[in-house]
Design a protein around this ligand. Structure first.
Ligand code: GLP
Length: 249
């Protein structure tokens, strides 16, 4: 299902409301969370709403999608830092219920399998929030990642290093590898919301709309999912065919 809104503000409001609805219906929900500039206004809306209407988040458990290899949690570009800055510092979710892959581990295999196992042991993700890379990656599952993948280490593609390198002082500081939840971990979530905004997502959203389910385009795996909402602003939706726009609510 597509939801298309005029502005980023509307997109973020809608997405935050979906999170709030989930947390209200199930205070013990297991949430899969994402980073990226698309998520900043979503988390800001969620926090804004919670100032008006308090929400009990103390029983939530969260699993983030991914983390750069080699960055400590205190590094301003680490996803750990991002999540605390934009969300967790303002919420009273107990620290032991917050999970991000450990980008500093020397035991990659153990950390990866423990991450996927922990999600499954809790009964799976109730809701997974996703952004999308300009090359169609979800989490850091780059093109041609196996759709049956679990949490694993990836070598970041050239495109991703260019896209995300802009956030680092020097392009050369941008990590070459990351740990990401696998495509299968993501697909096993009960509900998935993919959010994309702005003109740099226009092309990939048109490609995704047209694509078959194909490992060359990681986000196309989501077409298998029974409860997927794709939330776009007008810019990201600009090249979608008329028919998609008509069906979108
Ligand atoms: C990163 C993350 C993805 C995210 C993507 C989009 O590469 N690993 O999980 O979806 O960026 O980021 P943005 O929202 O900044 O466009």
């Amino acid at each position: 299902m597509y939801k298309i809104f005029d502005t980023v503000d509307d997109v973020s409001h809608y997405t935050a409301q979906r999170l709030i609805a989930k947390i209200t219906a199930k205070p013990t929900a297991i949430l899969g969370l994402a980073t990226g500039s698309t998520m900043k206004p979503v988390y800001a809306k969620l926090l804004e709403h919670m100032q008006q209407t308090p929400l009990n988040v103390s029983q939530l458990t969260t699993f983030n999608l991914d983390e750069y290899m080699g960055l400590a949690p205190q590094h301003p570009q680490s996803y750990n830092y991002f999540m605390y800055e934009h969300l967790f510092n303002q919420l009273n979710i107990p620290a032991q219920q917050i999970h991000l892959p450990d980008g500093l581990t020397s035991d990659i295999e153990a950390v990866c399998s423990a991450y996927s196992n922990a999600i499954q042991a809790l009964g799976g993700l109730d809701l997974q929030l996703l952004g999308i890379g300009t090359n169609g990656h979800i989490g850091f599952n780059e093109p041609n990642t196996c759709f049956s993948s679990r949490t694993h280490v990836v070598e970041l593609s050239e495109q991703t290093r260019i896209d995300n390198g802009r956030f680092f002082t020097e392009q050369s500081e941008m990590p070459t590898h990351a740990i990401t939840m696998g495509i299968l971990d993501i697909l096993e979530a009960n509900e998935i919301i993919l959010v994309a905004t702005g003109h740099n997502k226009t092309d990939i959203m048109a490609q995704l709309f047209d694509s078959e389910i194909d490992e060359a385009l990681p986000a196309s795996a989501l077409k298998k999912h029974k409860n997927l909402t794709i939330v776009l602003d007008r810019e990201a939706a600009a090249l979608l065919p008329e028919q998609a726009l008509k069906n979108a609510i």
